[in-house]
Design a protein around this ligand. Structure first.
Ligand SMILES: Cc1cc2nc3c(=O)[nH]c(=O)nc-3n(C[C@H](O)[C@H](O)[C@H](O)COP(=O)(O)O)c2cc1C
Length: 203
């Protein structure tokens, strides 16, 4: 990440962790710069090394580069609220997972295909940051139409979409845009970690 894209207000983790985790964030303003395919492939390479059940590697990344014939079809799947900021991204990615895995000679349902794809998605996003790009995830797209438009096979689940691009430098943002780029916070780890199991049933 370059100095000029870094937001002036940074997140401060409660524990000593590698800065890469708190530095990742989802911009809502992108410059419109195209993402070279070679750059995107490096991000997919990081995803490639993610762990998965039985090493089944159920993630599938479908992508369109800005300025190429596939772009419009990908972009049209996004809900209008996401199109607003995603029009400045340089690549659009849909993450799909295969819900079946091969164990021996048999195909079996995977209990963790979405979890495995999620692991790959974070590797992808963190690598993008390391390369100076940003990734913004989206659940807001037409899932039914995505299956058709993207030729998604049976036994596959469309997990999420991602806009990848160059975050607009802080200096170039309007006040309104800056307000939207304020870093969000997280619950403390005491809210979601429990030694010995849940203290009491929460349902
Ligand atoms: C699966 C998934 C779906 C998301 N869907 C949307 C979306 O449709 N629109 C949007 O603007 N942000 C979306 N986000 C971004 C989240 O709101 C964001 O990651 C979260 O608020 C944490 O902020 P940060 O990424 O800046 O740390 C999504 C993120 C994920 C992982």
């Amino acid at each position: 990440m370059t100095e000029e894209t870094t937001r002036p207000i940074t997140r401060t983790p409660d524990q000593a962790i590698d800065p890469i985790f708190a530095e990742r964030w989802s911009p809502r303003a992108f410059t419109g710069e195209a993402v070279p395919e070679a750059e995107l492939l490096r991000m997919f390479e990081a995803a490639r090394w993610s762990p998965s059940s039985y090493n089944s590697q159920p993630w599938r990344f479908l992508y369109a580069l800005r300025g190429t014939p596939e772009w419009d079809a990908f972009f049209d799947l996004l809900v209008p609220g996401n199109q607003k900021w995603a029009e400045g991204t340089g690549a659009l990615v849909f993450l799909v997972s295969n819900s079946r895995m091969k164990v021996g000679d048999e195909f079996k349902p995977s209990a963790s295909h979405s979890l495995d794809a999620g692991a790959a998605s974070l590797a992808f996003a963190l690598q993008a940051n390391r390369q100076g790009w940003h990734v913004h995830g989206m659940g807001g797209f037409d899932r039914e139409r995505a299956v058709t438009v993207l030729n998604v096979p049976e036994h596959h689940r469309v997990e999420a979409a991602y806009g990848v691009g160059r975050a607009t430098p802080w200096a170039d943002l309007t006040e309104e845009q800056r307000a939207k780029e304020r870093p969000n916070a997280r619950r403390p780890i005491t809210d979601f970690t429990f030694r010995g199991g849940f203290p009491q049933r929460q349902d």
